[in-house]
Design a protein around this ligand. Structure first.
Ligand SMILES: [Zn+2]
Length: 205
């Protein structure tokens, strides 16, 4: 009886130590109207979807920053506002190991997108950023994190690994990497989860 108990607790410790995790450095901008509870719900959902522990290391309010609705920033072509935002992150938290998440008051970004990822491969820096908007859904963060995971994979370069894909997106409307924003996407395939774990951003507890 005693022995078995010991064995169990040992297994638990081992499991805990091998939990894959990624740190998130959160920023809220004026007018974003997101509550801490909502942020935590989105992070928990992403954790459930990817089976990777996403950990909030900080939530920082940025008072004098904004992102405009229809901001056309893309890859290395970023607007002044977004460049300022990325520089501020670098200044406040110089360690690039966590992904920056910016909650903004923009209604959407160009092409009506609800969120956008800027991987280090795109920005040619060591940092990975995600910009969310007022039209972001609860699962938008999980979707954008998926992009960052696949961009930080040495071979995928952002591509969704499934056969049923078009470039970075899944063609399965229930898959989290489906290209259109919908509340019904939440699935990941085991291939996606395996590749996600190969991301260079993954750490172990
Ligand atoms: Zn996408």
């Amino acid at each position: 009886m005693n022995n078995e108990k010991k064995k169990n607790s040992k297994t638990k410790v081992k499991n805990k130590r091998t939990t894959p995790l990624i740190n998130l450095c959160i920023f809220t901008l004026p007018g974003c109207n997101v509550t801490e509870k909502e942020i935590k719900q989105q992070v928990d959902l992403a954790t459930k979807i990817w089976k990777i522990q996403f950990v909030i290391t900080s939530i920082t309010m940025l008072k004098d920053f904004s992102v405009r609705t229809n901001d056309t920033s893309f890859r290395t072509k970023q607007s002044k506002n977004i460049k300022r935002l990325f520089n501020e992150r670098k200044y406040l938290f110089p360690n690039p190991n966590s992904i920056s998440i910016f909650y903004t008051s923009a209604r959407h970004l160009s092409n009506n997108t609800t969120g956008r990822s800027f991987s280090s491969l795109m920005t040619k820096s060591r940092f990975n950023h995600i910009i969310l908007t007022k039209s972001s859904l609860e699962n938008t963060l999980a979707h954008e994190l998926g992009h960052i995971l696949f961009y930080s994979h040495r071979k995928l370069q952002g591509k969704n690994p499934d056969a049923n894909s078009y470039r970075t997106h899944s063609l399965d409307s229930k898959n989290i990497m489906f290209g259109t924003a919908t509340t019904r996407k939440w699935k990941t395939t085991s291939l996606q989860r395996t590749k996600a774990l190969e991301s260079t951003l993954i750490k172990y507890m």
